[in-house]
Structures are given as C-alpha cells and as structure tokens.
Design a protein around this ligand. Structure first.
Ligand SMILES: *[C@@H]1O[C@H](CO)[C@@H](O)[C@H](O)[C@H]1NC(C)=O
Ligand SMILES: *[C@@H]1O[C@H](CO)[C@@H](O)[C@H](O)[C@H]1NC(C)=O
Ligand SMILES: *[C@@H]1O[C@H](CO)[C@@H](O)[C@H](O)[C@H]1NC(C)=O
Ligand SMILES: [Zn+2]
Length: 474
C-alpha cells in the first residue's frame, strides 16, 4: 500500500473507523483505478503498457496515450502526454519530452518515468500547487522505453551490453542522421534506418519539442551536445561546443544540482571526474549518429543525455532510493522548458507564418531555428539582452533587442511577438543553409497548418542544396 492511497483516502472519506475507511477505500479503488499503487520493482513491457493504458483511462483530462510506431519485433512505442490539454498542442504551451531505455539494458529510466507519471497524476488529483502549475504550463511527453526489444534481451549485469542494441543488433544512439559525419552516412535514407529511430524522427516532425532528456545508465553525469566533433568550428579543451553552450551547461547543472549526488562528480567506482556532474558529450567520448545531436541540429530541441545510475541494471531494492535521488531533478529539469522567450511571428497582414527564421545574434545554429506550423518560436536563453533577427520572404529583415528575464520560476518564458513589414524589394537575405538529413526535408517543411507557405521554402531548400553540394535528398 502506498502513501498516495492514504492521502487520497483522507480527501474522499471521513469515516471514523480506520478499518472501515480502508475497506471502503480498497473496494472503490479496485473499481475506479486498478493501478493505484505503483510499486518499486521492475515492470516488463506489457506491464508498462497496462500501466499507461489504465493511467490514461483513469485520468482522461490530463493524459493522452499514443504510439509513435513499433519496434523491430512489433512492440508499440507508447508515449503518455501529460498536461491540461493533453491531446494537442496549444499555442504558447511548450512541448517537453523524456525518453528512456534507448539502450535496452539501461533500465532505471523506465521506472523513474513511470514514477514521474504517477507523481504528476497524483499531484494533480491532490491539487498540489507544483503539479498543477507544471501541467497547466507545459505539455510533457513520456516515452518509457524506446527499445522494448532490447529490454526483453537484457541481463541484469551492471556493465555489460547484453540487451543494449535493438533486435537487429543496432545501437540506436548511433543510428540517427549526423550533420558532422561524412556525406556517405547521410545518404542512408530514413526508410533504411532502424524502426525505433524512424519512429522518433517522425515524432520530432509532428511536435515542436523545445527541451528533452534522454535517460541512460552506467554512469552518473549529465552529458550535453555535441557528442560528435563539430569539425573544429567551436572546439575548446577537447570539447565540441554548440552555439548554445551556456544554455546546455545551465540545463545540465540544473539536473546535477537538483539530484542528490550527481553534482559531486565522481560517485561511480572507476569513473573519471565530472566537475559539477556534467560533461560535454564529445569531451567524454566522441560518438556519431546520436539522438541528442539530432534533436538539437534538426529538431531545434535541446536534449541532454542523463546517465542516472552507476549500474545499468540496479537491484530492484534500490529503486525507491534512486527515485528519491532523482525526483526533484526530474521536475526541475522540466521547468527549464520555460527559459528564455517565446511568441509568434506575424507577416505584413497579421497572419502567423511558418518557417520564418528566428535567429539570435552570436548563435549561429547549423540549422537556423524557425517558426512552427502555428507561427510560433521558442528560444531557451539565460537571462540577459539578446538581439534577434527575423527573416521571412517578401518582408524586411526585422532586428530587435530583447531583455529576457528568468522564466522557470513563473512557469513561463517571456512572451514576445514579432511583426514583420512587407517589402517589394526581393529578399535575398533568406538563404537556407541547413543541410538535410538523408531524407526529403521538403516533405518535412510542408506538413503544417493553415498558415504554412510551403512553395517558397522548397525553392529555398533547393538553393541550400546547390550551395552545399554533397548533401542529397533521396
Ligand atoms: C475534466 O474536465 C472537464 C471539462 O473541463 C470538467 O468538467 C471535469 O470536471 C474534469 N474532471 C476532472 C476529474 O478533473
Ligand atoms: C504524426 O501525425 C500524423 C497525423 O496526425 C499521424 O498519422 C502519425 O501517426 C504521427 N506520427 C507520430 C510518430 O507521432
Ligand atoms: C539589458 O538592457 C537594459 C536596458 O534595455 C539594461 O538596463 C540592462 O542593464 C541590460 N542588461 C544586461 C545584462 O546587459
Ligand atoms: Zn546508454
């Protein structure tokens, strides 16, 4: 029995006899909410599926269960979305995601995410302020297992790799398109990638995620982009830095310092020292085809890889303590989706426009961030003054300097809309410089709402490709 049940009981019953009330409670919960106590033990794939189905049925107002595809062996890749509008995106509400168990034998994240779901759902039911604020301000997507086939194959060893790979023996964290790898690698079409990777790529096209974390095990550290060498464009002290390095360091420290011990930096036996419990991924060890670089480069979603346990498969009797070590950190990290600034870009007629480039001076992203199908942009930035440039065909380039406060405390980034002015001059400033991963980017950009204007961008992509040569649309 859990504390959760007891506290719910308090609000639902005021019977004088404890015995009586627990009997009543027991029967009513069996009827209302069959999974009322999430135990601290490992749940297999079908138990997770049952848990998600029942949680979504019992909490239709704040949860939405959907699948992003299937694994090689045909298991559903279930995602539970949580928020007061769980079914679909609402303008101004940022999309956040947690992904666990991409390596099938790194299993703590699966259980942590189930407990996070339980925590948010029970917090909402008990009207706890922090759960209410989080669910009202944010849409949180949770994929407890990206590699259910690997999990089925995993042994409980702390270090070895049995179960790490998917059913085809592929490491999913090496199978994403990589902008820094040689073009040969890029030419692998999306259809040739692993089923689990294709599912995530499709997911990233459907939702404009702003912030993400990818939960692993085998170390205790928050590791941030880039994982691959950026080919010298910004390398310092053996690190491969992004133009948003200050934000990545902040996000990683937010996790490590909200965690019981990660910030101490070298907890695991034989681990190298990680000052502040964080590291640049490449500095730790270089890898190509990783998910976090892909998220950042092509989905404009900042993702951090969280290594959450020294042992890849911690003994079940440690799960409760590990959940308690991570609870605050998991919640604090979600709140960081409210850093910086967000808003809508309007064209000369006041219509919200998709694919307007919204760039921050001094931050040259490989692929410039652009507005989504609702005309929205989100930009995670630390407090300070930043100069923005907004570019859209047929309109003057708009430059504005914004003074940005700290948003997470208020559960909202600063809102600022950009209003463009039409010009008859031909806009030459708009040159699409983003290399396409090995699939048709034009299709990606066309998918959108009523405000999308796909015709010109297809052209612009064409120019970009001509300039870049080597990058081929399949
Ligand atoms: C669910 O939402 C509806 C509509 O907003 C509301 O009437 C109802 O009370 C809510 N139910 C719960 C259990 O929160
Ligand atoms: C993306 O959205 C489309 C249309 O709503 C849907 O058919 C598809 O299943 C979604 N894919 C993923 C991966 O969510
Ligand atoms: C940002 O600009 C405002 C004026 O717009 C100024 O008062 C403030 O000191 C600036 N902040 C920083 C960090 O430069
Ligand atoms: Zn891993």
């Amino acid at each position: 029995m859990s504390l959760t049940v007891t506290s719910l009981c308090g609000s639902w019953f005021s019977a004088s006899s404890t015995r009586m009330s627990s009997l009543l409670l027991f029967t009513s919960f069996l009827l209302l909410d069959p999974i009322w106590a999430l135990e601290f033990r490992y749940h297999d794939n079908s138990e997770i599926e049952q848990y998600l189905i029942q949680t979504s049925r019992s909490n239709p107002n704040i949860t939405h269960l959907y699948s992003i595809g299937t694994s090689v062996r045909g298991q559903q890749l279930w995602v539970l979305a949580l928020g007061v509008n769980p079914q679909r995106h609402v303008v101004g509400i940022p999309e956040f995601k947690y992904v666990a168990n991409m390596h099938g034998n790194e299993v703590l994240g699966r259980e942590l995410l189930l407990h996070l779901i339980d925590h948010l759902v029970q917090g909402y039911r008990n009207e706890e302020a922090s759960a209410l604020q989080l669910l009202r301000s944010t849409r949180i997507h949770i994929l407890p297992s990206m590699n259910p086939d690997g999990f089925d194959d995993a042994d409980t060893d702390c270090q070895y790799s049995q179960g790490r790979f998917n059913h085809n023996g592929v490491d999913l964290n090496r199978n994403f398109p990589d902008v820094f790898s040689d073009p040969q690698r890029q030419q692998q079409s999306e259809g040739q990638r692993e089923a689990e990777v294709r599912a995530v790529m499709g997911w990233l096209r459907n939702e404009t995620f702003v912030l993400s974390a990818n939960l692993h095990g085998g170390a205790l550290v928050a590791s941030y982009a880039y994982d691959n060498s950026n080919q010298g464009s910004m390398q310092m002290g053996g690190a491969s830095l992004t133009p948003d390095d200050d934000v990545f360091v902040h996000l990683s420290k937010e996790y490590s310092y909200s965690h019981a011990s990660m910030h101490r930096g070298n907890i695991c036996q034989g681990s190298r020292a990680f000052p502040d419990g964080i590291t640049n991924g490449y500095h730790w060890y270089p890898l190509a085809g990783g998910m976090q670089d892909y998220n950042y480069v092509w989905a404009q979603c900042l993702e951090v890889t969280l290594e959450l346990s020294c042992c890849k498969f911690p003994p079940a009797d440690q799960l409760e303590a590990l959940w308690s070590d991570n609870t605050d950190a998991l919640l604090a990290y979600v709140r960081q989706v409210h850093l910086g600034v967000k808003g809508v870009v309007y064209d000369g007629s006041g219509v919200a426009v998709q694919n307007a480039l919204v760039e921050v001076k001094g931050r040259k992203n490989v692929c410039p961030f652009r507005t989504n199908s609702h005309g929205e942009y989100y930009r995670l930035l630390l407090p300070g003054n930043y100069t923005f440039t907004v570019t859209y065909p047929g309109h003057e380039v708009l430059t504005e300097t914004l003074s940005i406060p700290y948003g997470p405390d208020k559960y909202s980034a600063m809102t600022h809309h950009f209003r463009l002015r039409r010009t008859s001059a031909i806009t030459t400033a708009y040159i699409q410089t983003c290399p396409t991963p090995g699939y048709s980017h034009a299709v990606n950009l066309e998918g959108g709402g009523a405000t999308s204007r796909p015709s010109w961008i297809r052209h612009a992509v064409g120019i970009g490709l001509a300039v870049l040569g080597g990058w081929v649309i399949e």
